[in-house]
Design a protein around this ligand. Structure first.
Ligand code: ATR
Length: 300
């Protein structure tokens, strides 16, 4: 546990709601293992304008931004990373002092980097990959944007055609309705919908019989961690990437922006697994033996 004193540098996450965010656990574990006198706190912020004034006034150094502020926060920035601007969404703020002591707030987006890094860790050549993304919400937008940046061929599928077509047209890529996937071939499937999340853990976004055509299947659902989609994909011979991967890698990129240092990736992942076990009510004597959070099925 970091000792909080007069020199502790403040970091945190703003959103509404934000109390269940896993980011504090992950970032505080990273700061602690690196011996950094920094603290990361969740801050429920219904009023974004006032929150931004507060962050500047209180000398915060870095902040994560989550729903519903990722787009509206652009109006409160002094500088923005060109790719975050292109995406129209920011999930990371860096606050620094200029030469006359004025606070400058810079906006970045690490959500899309997170998905790319999770796939790159599986040694996928994204420039040669065809990726089917299920979903058309905020998460799908970040994942799809990143893959297009990396040169992948992206295909969107979604329950509501209008939403899927809107995302596909923004990215200039193909849309295929969920009902018409039988003839589609792709290397990677990424589920960005909430299908399969507790309490509907039996849900699966596409029929299991279709999974064998993918080399890699990734799910962004992490409650449960071992979703039905991932279990069926493994059984069909696919390599799988679980829902903590994107969360960890977007956090790894935030840590780099805030500290300039390489993040302790494994420590961050372990801290998240431990927290998921804790929230699922497992103990070392629990049904997963305390070693396999993917075995947990309880509602978080
Ligand atoms: P997020 O910010 O996590 O992406 P979101 O913006 O609410 O969340 O998007 C949720 C996505 O999951 C949408 O693509 C949604 O499909 P619709 O556009 O049809 O609403 C999809 N989704 C949610 N529940 C679903 C379900 N039961 N079956 C299929 N798709 C579902």
């Amino acid at each position: 546990m970091t000792l909080v004193d007069g020199k502790t540098e403040l970091y945190g996450i703003i959103g509404n709601p934000v109390r269940h965010s896993l980011s504090p656990v992950m970032q505080n574990a990273a700061f602690a293992v690196m011996g950094m006198n920094k603290l990361y706190v969740p801050m429920e912020a219904p009023d974004l304008r006032n929150a931004m004034i507060g962050l500047r006034a209180l000398g915060f150094k870095g902040v994560s931004v989550t729903v519903p502020h990722k787009e509206n926060v652009l109006a409160f920035l002094d500088e923005i990373d060109p790719l975050a601007e292109k995406m129209g969404a920011v999930n990371t703020l860096l606050l620094r002092q200029d030469s006359v002591g004025q606070t400058i707030v810079c906006g970045f987006n690490t959500d899309w980097l997170g998905a790319n890094a999770a796939l790159a860790a599986e040694h996928l050549d994204l420039q040669k990959s065809r990726v089917l993304i299920a979903g058309a919400g905020g998460s799908a937008k970040a994942v799809a944007f990143g893959l297009v940046q990396a040169g992948a061929e992206v295909v969107i599928t979604n329950r509501t055609t209008a939403n899927g077509e809107a995302l596909a047209s923004w990215l200039n890529c193909e849309f295929i309705p969920l009902a018409d996937l039988a003839w589609l071939n792709a290397d990677v499937l990424i589920n960005t919908t909430s299908v399969g999340m507790e309490p509907d853990a039996d849900g699966i976004i596409i029929p299991p019989t279709m999974l064998s055509k993918f080399t890699v299947v990734m799910d962004i659902v992490y409650a449960p961690l071992n979703t039905r989609l991932l279990r069926e994909a493994k059984a069909a011979g696919c390599r799988t990437i679980d829902g903590l991967a994107m969360l960890v890698y977007q956090g790894v990129e935030q840590f780099k922006i805030w500290t300039g240092k390489t993040a302790p990736e494994l420590v961050m992942r372990s801290a998240l697994e431990e927290e998921l076990r804790r929230r699922a009510g497992c103990s070392s004597a629990g049904n997963c033996g305390g070693t396999d959070p993917s075995a947990c099925r309880k509602k978080l």
